[in-house]
Design a protein around this ligand. Sequence first.
Ligand code: MF3
Ligand code: CO
Length: 253
Amino acid sequence: MTDGYRTKTSEEIELMRRSGRLLAATHELIAGMMKPGVSSAELDRAAEEFIRDGGGKPAFKGYRGYPATLCVSFNEQVVHGIPGPRRFVEGDLVGVDCGAILEGYYSDMAVTHYVGGEPPAQVDDLMKTTLRSLHKGIEKWRPGNRVGDVSAAIQKEVESRGFSVVRALVGHGIGTVMHERGLQIPNYGNAGTGLKIVEGMTAAIEPMVNMGGYDVRELKDGWTYVTADASLSCHFEHTVVATADGPRILTLP
Ligand code: MF3
Ligand code: CO
């Protein structure tokens, strides 16, 4: 325990790794389906089937009444878009977030895809910057650092490119439930502040980056967040653990 956050044993980390491997493979399947004409509901069905075939369960379905396996967020939608009949069209920027449970252990991962050919330069920059900020944050997820080191690294990377980090939603502790108490990881903040990171601490780090301002609002469906200024938004997420050797990403194939 560190300030109420329970660290994981090496056995537990191995189970989270297995969960993360299944989830990363699910994302590979999804990546191959991100084509014009495919609907987000079709994507959702394929992901659920793949997770169940792999012996797992979708982590989001039934979570506070959430109805699906995936969150699929189009363009100005930031996160938590509910899958439905809407089809991808060329030029869509689509965030796909998915969680898996395997043998009682959770993993959480998000990827944003551009539908169609090459994205316009500004969209490409938004995507690459968001992914780079995630990895800059993960790099700080090591024993001896503080949560604020992660937050500050993400914020610095994003703002250096003129984009903004969403304030209203944060990364989180993860393990035997999707959102573990006692650990939140904002994507903005000051280095040297916050909870001390120790070996065995597991987290879902997930920068949400807007092309315009950082304000978001929730749609009437009670789930979907959109940017307040309707600018594009991008989201990447990995589940990670701090080890004696440094950060380790658990959501890899
Ligand atoms: N990755 C998101 C999160 O960490 C997914 C939650 S969506 C929900 O909060 F539908 F499950 F709530
Ligand atoms: Co998450």
